[in-house]
Design a protein around this ligand. Structure first.
Ligand SMILES: Nc1ncnc2c1ncn2[C@@H]1O[C@H](COP(=O)(O)OP(=O)(O)OP(=O)(O)O)[C@@H](O)[C@H]1O
Ligand SMILES: [Mg+2]
Length: 373
């Protein structure tokens, strides 16, 4: 079986240890902090939270609730998801859980069903669609739950930027009031970096401003990641070759695992030889090519000035985009390029570090380099 995994968040033997970060999260939670965990894309935020909840946090003292908000499109989805995730966080057999849920909440009935993957799911059927009412019911229930088990509650809200798309109700306003009203509940927020760091938590007028401590998740250090990967290759990957992959992917955990997955797959008929530079180049080339259809679609979604701006980022390697030569080469004006860059930045298609722009989807950047350079 292929020992690399890149399609889902990871845990167990697929998770390269992040002791420091787990320790840091633990300290912050013990300190009663609410946390915004942010990073570049695909570095491992979701995995870290899940591993923190399953392996690190003291489960004698804490009950953890994990919400992935990616699919929510309205306030009712938010409330339903929270009900559902509270249900599966209760550490009992399903009959006791159903009984307990009845006692905890007044605005919902639950049914227990078995999902295709064999996991149990509790489906909430709401008796109200008033969001304030539902949230009051939920928080009263959480408080009781906390008392019943004599444990503190930690709620992780993953893909939290999703709430900014919900226009009918300001979930951040309601949540900030609940955070004040129930100060014993702790939160870990994570999601798209720019949305979190600007709109949701750092603007003075945003309701959640100043309610959190920031924690940046950096790429896994190269030595640690090398050891993890090389073990899976049974010692057949030299450090210099891993370093090449690490630099090319800018240390992005997912892309490293993805390239390694195909590297392992590709030379699956020959498990004895050392991996060579040619093996790596071939796999990267084929893999980027296989994504062409998808990346072309991403490009097609952009306006013409935005495509030009993306090209500028690539050909200037992210710096000094507005020189006469570049503007001439791309047949554009400074103001048009400037507006397009601002829009790409706002939509998190590009980001900036040390005064240098880069494409946030590293694989897309590598593909664009092949096309534009
Ligand atoms: N600690 C880790 N060890 C090894 N691989 C990891 C680790 N963390 C993440 N990965 C790899 O990165 C992939 C993406 O991880 P994850 O979904 O946790 O990232 P994320 O930062 O939440 O992504 P997104 O930016 O989409 O929210 C995983 O499938 C796995 O391949
Ligand atoms: Mg994630």
């Amino acid at each position: 079986m292929n020992p690399f995994l890149y399609q889902y968040s990871c845990c167990g033997k697929n998770f390269c240890s992040r002791c420091e970060e787990l320790e840091q999260l633990n300290k912050m939670i013990l300190n009663n902090s609410n946390i915004v965990l942010y990073s570049k894309r695909k570095v491992g935020k979701t995995s870290l939270i899940k591993v923190f909840f399953s392996d690190k946090i003291d489960t004698d003292k804490y009950l953890t609730i994990y919400m992935d908000l990616f699919d929510i499109t309205n306030p009712t989805d938010f409330a339903k998801l929270l009900y559902k995730q509270i249900a599966i966080s209760i550490p009992c057999d399903y009959k006791t859980i159903l009984k307990e849920l009845k006692e905890l909440f007044n605005r919902v009935n639950f049914t227990a069903t078995m999902k295709d993957d064999g996991e149990l799911e509790f489906v909430p059927v709401l008796s109200s669609y008033n969001f304030d009412e539902l949230m009051s019911d939920i928080y009263r229930g959480i408080e009781k739950l906390s008392q019943n088990y004599d444990k503190k509650i930690v709620i992780a809200c993953d893909e939290f930027q999703q709430i900014t798309l919900i226009k009918e109700i300001k979930i951040d306003v309601i949540l900030s009031k609940l955070i004040q009203k129930y100060p014993d509940i702790n939160y870990i927020f994570t999601g798209l970096k720019r949305h979190l760091l600007t709109e949701l938590f750092s603007k003075r007028k945003s309701p959640l401003y100043d309610t959190v401590s920031l924690l940046e998740l950096k790429p896994i250090p190269i030595e640690l990641f090398y050891k993890f990967v090389n073990e899976k290759f049974n010692g057949r990957l030299d450090f210099v070759h891993f370093e090449y992959i690490y630099n090319m992917t800018d240390g992005e955990s997912k892309l490293i695992q993805e390239f390694c997955y195909y590297l392992y797959h590709d030379e699956s008929n020959n498990k004895n030889h050392k991996i060579t530079q040619e093996d790596i180049d071939k796999v990267c080339q084929v893999h980027l090519e296989s994504k062409s259809g998808y990346f072309r679609m991403l490009l097609d979604r952009l306006s013409l000035p935005q495509k030009v701006a993306l090209k500028a980022v690539i050909i200037c390697d992210g710096t000094e985009l507005y020189t006469k030569e570049t503007l001439f080469k791309l047949q554009t004006t400074k103001s048009s390029l400037n507006t397009a860059i601002r829009n790409l930045y706002k939509d998190e298609i590009i980001d900036k570090e040390n005064n240098k722009y880069y494409i946030t989807n590293r694989c897309f950047e590598l593909w664009c380099r092949k096309k534009f350079l």
